[in-house]
Design a protein around this ligand. Structure first.
Ligand code: NDP
Length: 477
């Protein structure tokens, strides 16, 4: 550790963190161009592209009509399955999830609104990491998410209070809006895919049309100053998720005159998440998604439709349970307080964990800026951090939460996800769908990331793993 601190003394950065050069190594280029079939290759991604929307409809029907119970055909015969499909699934979709003009106005109205804010609101411009395919060029990102968020909050309250647009209409039209979002997810992916071919910005193409559609063709598609990938990751899914929970809570308020602790918990949980994304937006340009992942179905669909319309099951379950039974779900005081404490503690580690690493990376990139966005939590920025210097040139942080485990922010994120389920009790699997799905996503992400880092940093990565041996939980895993 002393040696690492000594290394830092040679730094040029105010926080004793050396700047890395924008020179892209041959290894960077090789790794950036390497094509490996992931997600089960072309067959696997076809399954996902068909499976995700189907699952979204199925889960929605279970929540909407069966109090979150996972329904199956009453009789397991050809006739039974046919009747299940037509009478239980298709009829429910036609009735409650067909695309309507009003749903399109709500969803596409928000998409347009958020895109306009992303184009015109003020904010700092932060450079991303050197892009290997652009010979080390750093792209500028206009980070005006916070200004847009602070504008959106009072504006939405104004729309609701004046009756111009009642926020409860979101949950009243949930199925219809979800269908519009699914259609938009496919449409936007196609538009970006075609534009990339026309503009000649295709990157790391496998040659298999379906697989490339899923993974994307373009690395950094932009319209004016708006980076579509960053906009889609930050501005669309989390605010919509938050407004779905607000909509459920308001619905409860309209019938009951007050909001129960579990409904308030979900609004708080989703507020924390969306607020974290906006207040830390300047950290996103140096993230893996920005400089490596392409903007294909995987990111576009998931952000436009998947995240907002599946991560919200806990809020909807609470509301539907009350609607059908007339009884609101509540818990004992210790259970409720325990979950609030768990949520806030996990949020603290999630926020400061992401912040510690991203700010460290920004310092190396020379793009660090201090911001006073609420809340700035103590321990979010490490002064004179310890790290491992790699032969590649990059530094690996071994201080703060990053000295405890290799993915502290994943662990904290998973605990938050679990708390979203636990606040609904144990009546249905659906509020736990998010944490189960997220565990699979993050485990897969970790293995992809570790593999890439092992290739990129070689022996230095082994040294790092020895120094920080556990991934998620100290002494366990
Ligand atoms: P990370 O923040 O873990 O970024 C991984 C990259 O960080 C690595 O490739 C490496 O990049 C660099 N890195 C790894 N270890 C270190 C270290 N010790 N010091 C410095 N740099 C390091 O990944 P994500 O982008 O996946 O996650 C960001 C956040 O987003 C997390 O909190 C996660 O939970 C959340 N998330 C949420 C999702 C959701 O659906 N709710 C989905 C996905 C993520 P390099 O090659 O440059 O060294």
């Amino acid at each position: 550790m002393a040696g690492q601190k000594a290394e830092a003394k040679k730094s040029t950065n105010a926080n004793n963190v050396p700047l890395f050069s924008s020179k892209v190594t041959d290894l960077d280029v090789k790794l950036d161009n390497e094509i490996v079939y992931e997600f089960g290759g072309p067959l696997g991604v076809v399954g996902m592209m068909l499976g995700f929307p189907s699952l979204m409809y199925y889960f929605w029907i279970c929540l909407e009509h069966h109090q979150g119970k996972l329904i199956v055909p009453a009789v397991w015969s050809v006739e039974g399955i046919k009747s299940f499909f037509w009478n239980d699934i298709w009829a429910a979709i036609v009735e409650g999830a067909r695309p309507t003009v009003y749903a399109a106005k709500i969803y596409m109205g928000y998409i347009l609104f958020s895109f306009i804010l992303a184009s015109i609101m003020p904010g700092p411009v932060v450079n991303g990491l050197p892009i290997p395919s652009l010979k080390g060029k750093k792209l500028p990102y206009l980070c005006n998410g916070l200004a847009a968020w602070y504008f959106t909050l009072p504006f939405s309250a104004f729309l609701h209070v004046t009756g111009i647009f009642r926020l409860t209409d979101i949950i009243d039209n949930f199925g219809h809006i979800m269908t519009i979002a699914i259609m938009w997810g496919f449409t936007l992916t196609t538009l970006i895919f075609i534009a990339s071919h026309i503009q000649g910005t295709n990157h790391r193409m496998s040659g298999n049309l379906v697989y490339d559609f899923f993974m994307g063709a373009s690395l950094n598609p932009r319209v004016g100053v708006v980076d579509l990938k960053m906009w889609a990751e930050i501005r669309v899914p989390w605010p919509i998720l938050f407004y779905i929970s607000v909509s459920c809570a308001l619905k409860q308020y309209e019938t009951r005159g007050y909001i129960t602790a579990p409904a308030a918990f979900m609004v708080l949980a989703h507020f924390l998440y969306v607020n974290a994304c906006q207040k830390g937006e300047e950290c996103i340009p140096t993230s893996w998604d920005m400089f490596y992942e392409k903007d294909g179905f995987m990111l576009v669909f998931w952000n436009m439709a998947g995240v907002p319309f599946t991560y919200c099951y806990a809020s909807i379950y609470l509301m539907k349970f009350e609607e059908t039974t007339g009884v609101a779900i509540t818990h004992s005081l210790p259970y409720t307080v325990g979950l609030f404490v768990a949520l806030l503690s996990a949020y603290y580690i999630f926020d400061t964990g992401n912040s510690q690493k991203n700010r460290f990376r920004m310092e190396q990139n020379g793009s660090f800026i201090a911001r006073n966005a609420f809340p700035q939590l103590p321990y979010g920025h490490i002064k004179n951090p310890s790290y491992i210097k790699t032969a590649h040139g990059n530094l690996l942080l071994t201080d703060g939460w990053w000295g405890v485990v290799r993915k502290p922010h994943y662990t904290a994120d998973l605990v938050m996800a679990l708390s979203w389920g636990l606040i609904t009790g144990f009546g249905s699997f659906l509020p736990y769908f998010y944490v189960c799905f997220f565990l699979v996503v993050l485990t897969h992400r970790v293995s992809r990331d570790m593999e890439r880092c092992a290739k990129k940093y070689g022996k230095d990565w082994d040294r790092y793993c020895e120094r920080v041996p556990y991934i998620f939980i100290p002494y366990v895993f």
